[in-house]
Every structure is written in structure tokens, then in C-alpha cells.
Design a protein around this ligand. Structure first.
Ligand SMILES: NC(=O)C1=CN([C@@H]2O[C@H](COP(=O)(O)OP(=O)(O)OC[C@H]3O[C@@H](n4cnc5c(N)ncnc54)[C@H](OP(=O)(O)O)[C@@H]3O)[C@@H](O)[C@H]2O)[C@@H](O)CC1
Ligand SMILES: Nc1ncnc2c1ncn2[C@@H]1O[C@H](COP(=O)(O)OP(=O)(O)O)[C@@H](O)[C@H]1O
Ligand SMILES: [K+]
Length: 503
């Protein structure tokens, strides 16, 4: 699913008006009806509704919602900023006044903000995608008033929480903190970033019938992975396939005290479909690996505690893919061996955790990584690799620039893990939950991605599909066990159901 910028959304709006064709006020009626329908489904008419309306089309939506709710028997009123209203806003003021006189109240000052009855619902229709600067002065006071009331009253934002910029950072500016956001047609970029998590609440994207030609033909830089995309990527196994068909994957992971990371990555790699899996671990890991995962082969390093010689018998004829980093440690001998591996192995590989930490100490190694490889830093590792940024929009830009510059796929992990592709496109992943914020989840992902590469998926397909399945398995684990009780191993246990249900 594409994520459009505010400017593209305006174009979609105009294209729909011209090509459906439909008048802009009727398109507004349709958008408002989608919201009214949602409100009706979730809150009975016993709740009085207070709609705070701006002067633009977001306020116009609010005015139309007041009229539609009144028609459905709700007690609804608008508090409207006075001044130069947009044409469709004016048209909806007139329609409301004509059908239900006396339901529009002026809002020129915070003092005029209504007193909200016990069961009252506040609807924020102040500003949407037309916000052109941070909100200041008494209007900021209105936003603060709404936010003060949110502990006692449900707050529903129309299209965007007011004050939130769709495509740039809103840090340190006043923004409504909604419980629900009813957004039109597409997700906005701002919803994807953790720095905005407190504003949107539960986000519902309501279709309003923007023209399908525009939506399919207009290129977008940002995407939200959906099941449809996953179904086009996934390749069912060939009935005549043999284990050679699905590749030999090698995991280079673990050090004394962290052999569990190697075990998790290895198990995940097997469960994600690799034909053969080998693990290279230091000597201390041999029995743990052989007993812990009998289906995997184990190669031990000359050193008992950490890996030092994993570059020796590795070549592309033997291993179709390599995943390196979980629990590996950052010993200097390990760093030297990593450099030799990068010098000798030409295929895309997966680099995670300590492999990334080593590279952040020796940044020139970044340029030795085979093109098309997958890097999977969490935010701290990302910062060590590429430096800090003032906000998460800048971090997104940095992420994309580094991917383009190096020719590597870089995954920034977290809620809506973000995949930056060397062609400049970015994919947000919607699956996964906070139960996965538990030690070892990332090791499991390394195993899954290494398995996808071994099976012959292109790097882009491997990372989009692997990250989706990892999160989906995490969601299934959380549904069965709770977010609190699930562990990284449970993500692996649910991979089977993720293949069956998530694709
Ligand atoms: N996409 C679609 O297909 C559809 C979109 N629809 C709806 O249209 C919405 C976009 O409407 P929009 O373009 O009129 O902009 P909107 O968000 O109302 O803001 C503009 C107003 O805010 C003001 N203003 C701005 N910043 C300000 C500030 N910091 N501080 C103070 N004032 C500020 C600005 O004033 P100005 O700066 O011009 O004086 C102007 O009055 C969209 O979010 C959705 O709800 C649906 O109806 C139909 C289908
Ligand atoms: N709140 C969350 N929502 C969705 N996914 C999450 C969340 N927290 C963590 N995850 C996922 O869990 C994994 C954690 O990886 P990482 O931080 O490397 O863990 P570890 O180093 O313990 O293995 C990532 O794939 C990340 O996207
Ligand atoms: K709004």
C-alpha cells in the first residue's frame, strides 16, 4: 500500500473531483459519512458529541459530521473558528444551519471552548493535511485543552490529529493526542514514526473512494507492506524440490555466554525454510548447538570463546547465504575475520548485531559488504553506524541516503520496522508488537532473513517477506501467550502458523 505525501493527497483529491467526476463538496460528504458510520458503529447516540472545527476542509468535514450525526439522532454541536473559511467549509456551515439551526457556536478564544458533559466525545476537526506551520497562540491553548480532557473523554481526530505535520517532524509543537484517528484513504508518513506514537492513538484508515487510477499510477517513495504485496512475493515450494533447491545457509554467531543467540538464529533459519543450515560457533558452543538443534550442522572455531577463523572454508559454492552477528562479540580477531569474509564472499548476506557494532568501529568495512546485503540495526546500532539525528524524519532520510549510497538494504527495527532500499524506496512493516521487545527477537529475524536468501528470494523480496513473517509470528505468539510472557523462542514456534495464515 502506498503512503502519499500531503501534496499527493491534494492531487488525488483534485484528480478524483475531475475524473470521477464528483463535486468537492460531495467528496467531503462521502469522507464525513465514512467517519459518521465509524462513530455510529463504536459509540451509541447517548454520547453527546462536541466537534471542534477549523476554517479549512478539515473543519468542513467536522461540520458535515455534525449534520449527519444529528440526522442519526445524536446530540451534536460544532465549535467553529471564525474567519476566512474555505468554500466547502462555508457550504457545510450553510447546510447545517439550514437543516439544524443553532448548532454552530463560535470559537475565537480558549474561553469559548465548550464545557464537556460526562459522556461527551470530543472530535478534533481543526486541521488536517493542510496544516502549514506549527500551531501557536490561543489555538495551541485549544489543543492543550483537548489534551487535558483526554483522560475523561474520548478524543477522535479527523484525518490527522491537529498540529501533526503529515511529512515532517512535529517534535516540541502542540499536537492533539487522540484516542482514535479516522484518516482518509491512506496512512500518512507521520503515523509510521515512533516520535508521533502518542498522537494518533488507534488509527483507522477509511476508504473514501479516491480515484483508483490515481492511486495505482502515482509513484510513491513510501509503502506500507500489506498481505497483497506478500502474496505476490511468496513462492510456494516446488513439489519436486529437494534440500539443495532451498539452499545451504550458514549462521556465524555466538560467543561464550551468548551461544543462545546462535541457537535461536539457527532454529529460525530452519523453520523459515532453508534446505540446509550450518552454524559456525566457537568451541564452547559445540554441544549446545548439536543437542539444541539436531537438524543443523555445526562447525566450530579454533577458539573456544569467540570466533576467529570463520573465513577459511567459506565460499559461495558451499553456502548460498550467510547470516552473521548475533551474539558474535566484537573481539579484534573476530573483526579481522569479518573483514576477510567480506573480502572473499561475494553474495548478499545478512549482517546484524555485533557484525554491525564491529563495522561502526571500522566504518570502511561498510563499503566492503557485498551489494544487496541486508543490514538489520535496531535504533541504537543504527546510531552507532550512522550517527544521531535531530528527529525521526531526519533519521529516515539518513537511512535512505545510506542505503542508496552503499547499495545495501537497511532495516531499521522497531514498531513499523523500516526497510530502506538502494533504489530510494522505503517499506514500513505493520506486523509485530511490543511483546517482541525481548532479548533474542532480533536473532530470530537474522535466521529468517538468511533462510530467505538461501531459498533464492531476491534481497528485496527476502527482507520484505522475512520481516513480515517475523512480525506475524510474533503477533500469533502474543495472541496465544500475551505480549508479556512470549519469548523469542515463541516467535520461532509460531513461524509455521505465520506461513499458513499470514500469506
Ligand atoms: N484528501 C482528500 O481527498 C479529502 C480531504 N478532505 C479534508 O480536507 C482536509 C484538508 O483540508 P485543507 O486543505 O483545507 O486544510 P486543513 O487541514 O483544513 O487546514 C487548512 C486551514 O487551517 C489553517 N491553518 C493551517 N495551519 C495553521 C496553523 N498552524 N495555525 C492556524 N491555522 C492554520 C489554514 O488557514 P490559513 O493558513 O490558510 O490562513 C486553513 O484555514 C483533509 O485533512 C481532510 O480532512 C475531505 O474533506 C475530502 C477529501
Ligand atoms: N514495539 C514493537 N513493535 C513491533 N516489533 C517490535 C517491537 N519491539 C521490538 N520489535 C521487533 O523485535 C525485534 C527486536 O530486535 P533486536 O532489538 O535486535 O532484539 P535482540 O537484540 O534482543 O535480538 C525487531 O525485529 C523489532 O522490529
Ligand atoms: K484533525
Amino acid at each position: 500500500m502506498k503512503i502519499f505525501s500531503a501534496a499527493q493527497i491534494r492531487e488525488a483529491d483534485a484528480y478524483t473531483i475531475q475524473h470521477e467526476p464528483i463535486s468537492s463538496v460531495d467528496l467531503m460528504e462521502r469522507a464525513a459519512a465514512a467517519c459518521t458510520g465509524w462513530i455510529e458503529d463504536h459509540f451509541p447516540p447517548a454520547h453527546p458529541v462536541y466537534i471542534i472545527c477549523g476554517k479549512g476542509n478539515n473543519g468542513g468535514d467536522g461540520l458535515a459530521i455534525v449534520r449527519q450525526l444529528l440526522e442519526k439522532g445524536y446530540e451534536a454541536n460544532a465549535w467553529l473558528l471564525t474567519g476566512n473559511a474555505s468554500a466547502d467549509n462555508l457550504a457545510n456551515q450553510a447546510r447545517l444551519e439550514q437543516r439544524f439551526p443553532g448548532h454552530i457556536h463560535p470559537l475565537n478564544d480558549v474561553q469559548e471552548f465548550p464545557a464537556i458533559a460526562a459522556d461527551g466525545i470530543i472530535i478534533d476537526a481543526l486541521f488536517g493535511t493542510g496544516l502549514n506551520k506549527p500551531v501557536e497562540g490561543w489555538l495551541a491553548g485549544v489543543i492543550h485543552r483537548i489534551n487535558d480532557l483526554r483522560t475523561r473523554h474520548t478524543v477522535i481526530a479527523i484525518d490527522m490529529p491537529s498540529g501533526l505535520q503529515a511529512d515532517s517532524s512535529s517534535l516540541h509543537t502542540p499536537v492533539v493526542q487522540a484516542h482514535y484517528t479516522l484518516s482518509f484513504e491512506t496512512y500518512k508518513l507521520a503515523f509510521m514514526l515512533p516520535e508521533n506514537a502518542v498522537f494518533g492513538g488507534e488509527i483507522h484508515v477509511l476508504p473514501i473512494g479516491l480515484h483508483p487510477d490515481f492511486l495505482t499510477q502515482t509513484p510513491a517513495r513510501f509503502h506500507l507492506t500489506d498481505q497483497e504485496t506478500i502474496r505476490t512475493i511468496y513462492q510456494p515450494r516446488n513439489p519436486f524440490g529437494h534440500k539443495g533447491t532451498y539452499g545451504h545457509a550458514l549462521l556465524i554467531a555466538g560467543s561464550y555466554g551468548k551461544i543462545g543467540a546462535a541457537l535461536l538464529a539457527t532454529r529460525a533459519c530452519l523453520r523459515a525454510g532453508a534446505g540446509l543450515v550450518s552454524a559456525h560457533v566457537p568451541g564452547c558452543g559445540y554441544e549446545i548447538m548439536q543437542l539444541g538443534e539436531p537438524a543443523a550442522m555445526c562447525v566450530t572455531d579454533a577458539d573456544m570463546q569467540h570466533s576467529t577463523h570463520f573465513h577459511l572454508d567459506i565460499n559461495e559454492a558451499k553456502y548460498n547465504s550467510i547470516g552473521i552477528g548475533p551474539g558474535l562479540g566484537t573481539h579484534q580477531q573476530t573483526a579481522l575475520a569479518l573483514e576477510k569474509l567480506l573480502d572473499n564472499y561475494p553474495l548478499p548476506m545478512v549482517l546484524d548485531a555485533d557484525a554491525l557494532n564491529i563495522i561502526s568501529v571500522y566504518p570502511y568495512l561498510l563499503y566492503k559488504i557485498p551489494k544487496g546485503s541486508l543490514l538489520t540495526p535496531h535504533p541504537k546500532e543504527f546510531e552507532r553506524l550512522f550517527g544521531a539525528t535531530a528527529n525521526q524524519f531526519e533519521r529516515l532520510d539518513l537511512l535512505s541516503r545510506k542505503s542508496v549510497e552503499t547499495g545495501l538494504y537497511i532495516l531499521l527495527k522497531g514498531r513499523y520496522s523500516t526497510i530502506a532500499c538502494p533504489d530510494g524506496s522505503l517499506y514500513f512493516n505493520p506486523t509485530g508488537n511490543a511483546g517482541m521487545a525481548t532479548g533474542g527477537s532480533g536473532d530470530v529475524l537474522t535466521g529468517i532473513l538468511t533462510a530467505m536468501l538461501a531459498q533464492g528470494y531476491t534481497p528485496k523480496a527476502a527482507i520484505i517477506l522475512g520481516v513480515w513473517l517475523h512480525g506475524y509470528a510474533g503477533d500469533l505468539a502474543a495472541a496465544r501467550l500475551s505480549q508479556e510472557a512470549m519469548t523469542a523462542g515463541d516467535i520461532i514456534h509460531h513461524l509455521g502458523d505465520a506461513f499458513l495464515q499470514g500469506i
